[in-house]
Design a protein around this ligand. Structure first.
Ligand SMILES: [Fe+2]
Ligand SMILES: [Fe+2]
Length: 329
C-alpha cells in the first residue's frame, strides 16, 4: 500500500476544528469517493427507532476503519532514522511506552461492553445494542492502536533507544479495573484528547518531515477514537439510564487546577496502581520541551462536554458549576 496523505499544513487544524465545533474531516484527501464514512452520532435514537440493525452499524464502522487505513511499514520506511534529532528520539521512546497501555484498555472495553449489553437486554434493548456496537467497534480501536504502539517502538529501536524489556511489556499489559460505563467512555474520550494534542505537539517539534507526517497521522487517529467514545457516551446519556453528572465529574477531574491535564508537569511518573501514564513525565534529562498544550486540551474537553450533555461551558469554574448543578438534580 502506498499511503498518499495530504500535506501537513492541511491536516493540522483538526484540533482547532473540534474546539470550534466544526465537522471533522478525518478521511484521506486522496480518496475521491463522494460518500465519506463518518463516526455515527445519535446512536440511541437509531437503535430505539429501529432505523439500523447492529449488522448495518457494524458495516458502517468497518467502512470508516478501512477507509482510514495506513501502512506503518511504509511510513517507517520513509523516515531517515540517521537524521532524527534528540527531541525526535525522546518523543518516540515515550510515545511507544504510552501506547503499550492501550491494548489492555481496549480489551477491558470489549469485555465490559458485552457484560453491560446483557444487563440491559430485557430492560432497554436499544441501550443493549449501543453497548454491543461499542464492544464491536473496540476491535477496530484495538487494531488501530496497534499501529501506534508498533510504529513508535520500532522507530525507537531503530534510533538506538533502550528496548522495552519483557517484564515492562507484561507490566504495561495489565487489564484496567472495571468502572461505570459512562465514566469509562468519558475518561477514554479525554485520554484520546490528551494523546491527540500530545502527538500534534510532537509533530510540531519533529525535525524530519516523514516523522511529522507519522505523528500527524496518529493524532488524527486519536481524534477519530475520541469521536467514537463521545458518540457512545452520548448514547448512554440519551438512554436516560446514565446521568450526565458522571461525565461532568470526569471532565472536571482533568481540567481543574492541578488536575490530570497537568500530569506532564509533575516531577515523577505517577503510579496509579494498575497502569502507568508515561506522559506524566518525559524521560529526557530535562532537555526536551513538553508536547502538551493545556489550553487546547481544555478547549477540546469543553467541546466534548457540550457534545455529551448540551451544556455550554467555557471555563473550569463554569464546568464545576454545571457539575454541581447536576449533582443537585
Ligand atoms: Fe494511540
Ligand atoms: Fe487512540
Amino acid at each position: 500500500m502506498n499511503p498518499t496523505f495530504p500535506p501537513i499544513g492541511e491536516r493540522s487544524s483538526l484540533i482547532d476544528d473540534y474546539i470550534a465545533g466544526r465537522e471533522l474531516e478525518l478521511t484521506r484527501a486522496s480518496n475521491g469517493e463522494s460518500e465519506r464514512p463518518r463516526v455515527m452520532r445519535d446512536l440511541y435514537r437509531v437503535f430505539d427507532n429501529r432505523e439500523m440493525t447492529l449488522a448495518e452499524v457494524t458495516w458502517h464502522q468497518h467502512r470508516l476503519h478501512e477507509w482510514r487505513r495506513w501502512s506503518a511499514v511504509d511510513m517507517i520506511d520513509a523516515i531517515d532514522v540517521a537524521r532524527l534529532s534528540h527531541t525526535d528520539r525522546v518523543y518516540l521512546w515515550n510515545a511507544g511506552r504510552a501506547e503499550l497501555t492501550t491494548k489492555p484498555g481496549a480489551d477491558r472495553l470489549s469485555r465490559l461492553s458485552d457484560k453491560e449489553c446483557r444487563l440491559w437486554q430485557e430492560q432497554d434493548p436499544a441501550l443493549a445494542a449501543v453497548m454491543q456496537a461499542c464492544g464491536t467497534w473496540s476491535r477496530y480501536w484495538n487494531e488501530e492502536e496497534a499501529y501506534h504502539e508498533t510504529s513508535f517502538n520500532r522507530l525507537a529501536a531503530l534510533v538506538g533507544m533502550p528496548q522495552v524489556d519483557d517484564e515492562t511489556f507484561i507490566e504495561f499489559r495489565k487489564i484496567f479495573p472495571d468502572d461505570d460505563m459512562l465514566r469509562t467512555l468519558t475518561l477514554l474520550a479525554v485520554s484520546e484528547i490528551v494523546a491527540a494534542t500530545n502527538y500534534a505537539g510532537c509533530a510540531r517539534g519533529a525535525s524530519h518531515p516523514a516523522l511529522k507526517a507519522l505523528f500527524q497521522q496518529v493524532s488524527a487517529d486519536e481524534i477519530q477514537h475520541m469521536q467514537y467514545f463521545a458518540s457512545f457516551a452520548r448514547a448512554l446519556i440519551d438512554s436516560g439510564k446514565y446521568h450526565a453528572k458522571d461525565a461532568l465529574a470526569v471532565a472536571f477531574l482533568f481540567v481543574r487546577e492541578g488536575g490530570e491535564l497537568y500530569g506532564s508537569r509533575r516531577e515523577n511518573v505517577e503510579d496509579r496502581g494498575t497502569h502507568v501514564n508515561w506522559w506524566d513525565t518525559l524521560d529526557d534529562g530535562g532537555e526536551v520541551d513538553r508536547p502538551q498544550t493545556i489550553e487546547k486540551q481544555r478547549g477540546m474537553i469543553f467541546t466534548l462536554v457540550r457534545q455529551l450533555t448540551d451544556i455550554e461551558v467555557t471555563s473550569v469554574d463554569q464546568l464545576e458549576e454545571a457539575w454541581m448543578d447536576q449533582v443537585g438534580c
